[in-house]
Design a protein around this ligand. Sequence first.
Ligand code: SF4
Length: 490
Amino acid sequence: MPPAHPFDDDKLHEECGIFGVLGVQDAANFVALGLHALQHRGQEAGGIVSHDPEQGFNSARRFGYVRDNFTSTDIMETLPGPLAIGHVRYSTAGSKGQTAIRDVQPFFGEFSMGGAAIAHNGNITNANALRRELIERGSIFQSSSDSECIIHLMARSLQRDIPARMEDALRRVEGAFSVVAMTRTKLIGVRDALGVRPLVLGRIGPEENSGWVLSSETCALDIIGAEFVREIEPGEMVVISQETGVESRRPFRQKKPRFCIFEQVYFSRPDSILGGRSVYETRRQIGVELAREAPVEADLVCPVPDSGTPAAIGFAHESGIPYGMGIIRNQYMGRTFIEPTEQIRNMGVRLKLNVNRALIRGKRVILVDDSVVRGTTSRKIKEMILDAGAAEVHFRIASPPTAWPCFYGVDTPQREKLLAATMSEDEMRDFLGVDSLKFISLDGLYRAAGEAGGRNNSCPQYCDACFSGEYPVEPADMIEKGFKLKTAAE
Ligand code: SF4
């Protein structure tokens, strides 16, 4: 398993990426490439299940990067067939930091009508209650992952085919889920009714004999030369076979979609398309909005690489202040060889980022970053910039203050560890020790994401719970554990 990055705990982490391919020779090879393109969504472990008409189902699950495991002929030769799905994970709600290989997806179940494998991105907010009920009724769980509930719910369904059993199972599940699943002959994709997590459909191969692809993001279609067809809609299930093509079903009660707005800010790759818009363009536009909302006199706009870059470009363009690479990222920072010892941890940010002193010296610098979570990294970056001789340091943040945890498939610290949960903006500015600190407003973020009128407060267009504290699905498991929802006074 790759060692934790010395400051990985100061970012929110998407917990999973999912990918599936039907109708091409050695589909698992395409899945491996797709998972490689989705590696930013989870670096802890990955797995692939394939099906071959002669050899049946096969699976491989490994800790570490896709490129370190699923490029080996020894592994890939064990995954034959024209149908495969895969999963990369950060860690699930059940076992942060202590993942066992049994927690690595896809999960597989053998049913009377044949086997099925499933890979899940998101988080089931009523998993504890479901798990208790299932165990009481005789289910034997093999992992600590909430996603395994789906397989057990499918096993209990009385429906006659696997897609119908999956519909039954997912109707019992609350929270956020995008699912890619497979039977012996079918590739299945599902998004929850709110469409919190992304899922897209693509085609691969020549028109007369093309296969189908499901992916968390469009950037992973590009890597295998697949053509983007459309997004799976919120609340939609697609059941795909080579014979019948794509059959669209609507298993859930219709709701107003609430896509995760943080995908726009940080999780998705900037070369992906979300909701018909380029993620890069949305992020650049966030910088434009931020420059309008929070202007400041300065000499240089610098991104905190890499995720702050598009917003910094937009900020510089709108403000007319020159853009420069004041911080350089070491692309080869040793995730693969550095043991995270205490001494190395103390070096912290310097392992990965270095200041371009010649550019910074004597300047009033605007640093643009995607978010502030605990604030520990922001403080270190500010120190590096001041050490390099900057005259002033101003932080501009491309998301509103992250004051609430996410319970929909994103790893967030407990609420009391979030800087914005315990401090006002001025207190955060003083804590970070910068000359000024401003976050984009929720309305500004919505405008940048294409909602010209800003946030519709009576019926928000996105999930923004980590900023607003308004959870579109009640996090039942967490409330049971003592989590307090936002009160009218807050
Ligand atoms: S709480 Fe935040 S990170 Fe989680 S789904 Fe909602 S917007 Fe995304």
